[in-house]
Ligand binder design. Structure first.
Ligand code: CTP
Length: 401
């Protein structure tokens, strides 16, 4: 246990909650595990924990001010150095600041500049925790890949009982350890991810597409990056932000996606095909906008090429993961795709189920490997499902190399 975090640089951000005194224990535990901890506080946090105490426990100066006279671009230096950023406790105010990207102090600035994983442990009164703005801000941060350690239920500083207490110090430290342990799970790997829908043009203003949002593929790209891989994300049109540190290539049609996948395929050691590639495209694209007044008009379609199936002959030691979004005979259809496309793993999901499939943040999936083993998973955030999928892929990778 002692040196579990040795060599790891953790930035501990403390914000102004009564629970801030608990950050002292967190700091001591992280230090006792060998971590190098740099503390940054907000101005309000200094009223709850004296900087001198934090300085003695961390063995480093404690920063609050963006305009520190000793360092010129301190927010950038601190952001670059950190392997992980932990904000504990995180107040409702600070969560709102993070959600809007406000940068009026050192902690706000460095969070914008950082590419390290961010973990926050909220603490506030029950009414505040249940307020819709806090709920929405937390959901937004989660969507961007910030990990939340939920507050606990218990007696609160206000005298009330309920959810809002800072999670137990031990729980917080364990989460830090598990995040940093998985941080290097994909070190040295090159992960190629396809995501989103494709669009097949009919004329200059119309196209055929599907309801894929790209969320699953983007979650895979983000987690793979967090786990230390170099990540190439080939994305159909989506409105999602590029995950930090990920190389993103934008495409529109199935043909463009195929071209980019084939061009980058040889670099990859792990391939995750989460894109909902259009199976059909119009045989001819009208160069002018098609005018109304021709109700009997029909559009002849032709099949696009299957990108995944085409990679089969170049598989080598790569681990290839495909997806099967089905509306009927889920396992049967998924198994057919697994063997037909020569995959190592397929993620099967019934898109007609509530909380699964397109444009929602959750998914309900079953993972099937080439030996026929099935792992049924409960409804979970796409981000968490990404971790399950990558974990399985890491296991398969160990078996083939
Ligand atoms: N896929 C692909 N190229 C295509 C179609 C699909 O690479 N032209 C990939 C998808 O990214 C996914 C897997 O193949 O990983 C299965 O996609 P899906 O659309 O479920 O299956 P299809 O083979 O297209 O079969 P169908 O649409 O008939 O169910």
């Amino acid at each position: 246990m002692a040196a579990m975090l040795s060599g790891k640089k953790i930035l501990l951000g403390i914000t102004g909650s009564i629970a801030a005194y608990k950050s002292l224990q967190i700091l001591r535990d992280l230090k006792s595990m060998g971590a190098d901890v740099q503390v940054v506080t907000t101005a309000a946090a200094r009223r709850f924990v004296p900087p001198l105490t934090l300085q003695v426990f961390s063995g480093r100066p404690v920063f609050t001010d963006l305009f520190d006279p000793h360092e010129e671009v301190i927010h950038l230096t601190l952001a670059d150095e950190a392997d992980l950023i932990l904000i504990a406790p995180a107040t409702a105010h600070f969560i709102a600041k993070m959600a809007t990207g406000l940068a009026d102090d050192l902690l706000g600035n460095l969070l914008l500049a950082a590419s390290a994983p961010i973990l926050i442990a909220p603490a506030m009164d029950i009414g505040m925790w249940n307020h819709p703005s806090v709920t929405e801000n937390v959901a937004l941060l989660q969507k961007r890949g910030v990990q939340i350690i939920e507050p606990e239920v218990g007696p609160l500083a206000s005298g009330k009982e309920g959810k809002g207490r800072l999670a137990n110090e031990k729980t917080i430290v364990e989460k830090v350890v598990s995040l940093l342990a998985s941080e290097s799970k994909l070190a040295g790997e090159v992960v190629l991810v396809t995501a989103g829908p494709t669009q097949e043009p009919i004329d200059p203003v119309r196209f055929i597409s599907n309801r894929s949002s790209g969320k699953m593929g983007y979650a895979l790209a983000r987690v793979a990056r967090e786990w230390g891989a170099r990540v190439i994300l080939i994305s159909g049109p989506t409105s999602l932000p590029t995950p930090p540190g990920v190389e993103r290539i934008d495409v529109r049609t199935a043909e463009e996606m195929k071209k980019e996948v084939e061009a980058r395929y040889s670099e990859a050691t792990l391939v995750l095909m989460a894109a909902a590639v259009g199976d059909y495209r119009p045989e001819a694209v009208s160069s002018q906008k098609i005018k109304k007044g021709n109700a009997a008009r029909s559009i002849r379609l032709q099949e696009t090429e299957d990108i995944l199936a085409g990679l089969r002959s170049r598989k080598g030691k790569k681990v290839i993961v495909g997806f099967a979004a089905e509306t009927e005979a889920l396992l049967e259809n998924a198994r057919k795709k697994l063997s037909g496309k020569g995959l190592d793993l397929i993620v099967a999901n019934d898109v007609t189920q509530e909380g699964a499939g397109f444009d929602v943040d959750t998914n309900i999936a079953q993972l099937i490997d080439s030996k026929g083993r099935i792992v049924p998973l409960p409804k979970m955030l796409k981000e968490d499902l990404a971790r399950y999928i990558l974990n399985e892929a890491v296991g398969i990778k160990k078996g083939v190399s």
